[in-house]
Design a protein around this ligand. Sequence first.
Ligand SMILES: [Zn+2]
Length: 139
Amino acid sequence: MLISQYYDSHHFYEFVFFTFLAMLIYKQFTFDSAHFLPNVPARHKCNNVHGHTYKFTVFVEGDLQKEPGWVMDYADMKKAIMPVIEMIDHQFLNNIAGLENPTAELLVIWLWNKIKPRLPLLKRLELNETSSSGVIYEE
Ligand SMILES: [Zn+2]
């Protein structure tokens, strides 16, 4: 049997659903925040207050559920994540408890600690400060 025929066959779907196919799904968000980095030398440009449009990608890992045919509802992901993003969107990060030194690395840990209790299947976070700079944090 050709592999393409196999993928189209009933046997493939039985194989998938009886072996609990784990998948990563993700949802992307953006938020705008101001910050400065207090621990860099005064001459470093990040010592000045400035802003970023952060790009934030949240990955959830779970088994493909047979009935809905998904890992989880993207709408439920959004519901879990948006209250956390609203805490930092259009805010001055340095004023928020736990974000006194808001590097991308420390911000992604802060985000993980806020989101994980709301989204137990959370597996990985990617946070981009710019289109070419970012951090990945995962379990
Ligand atoms: Zn910055």
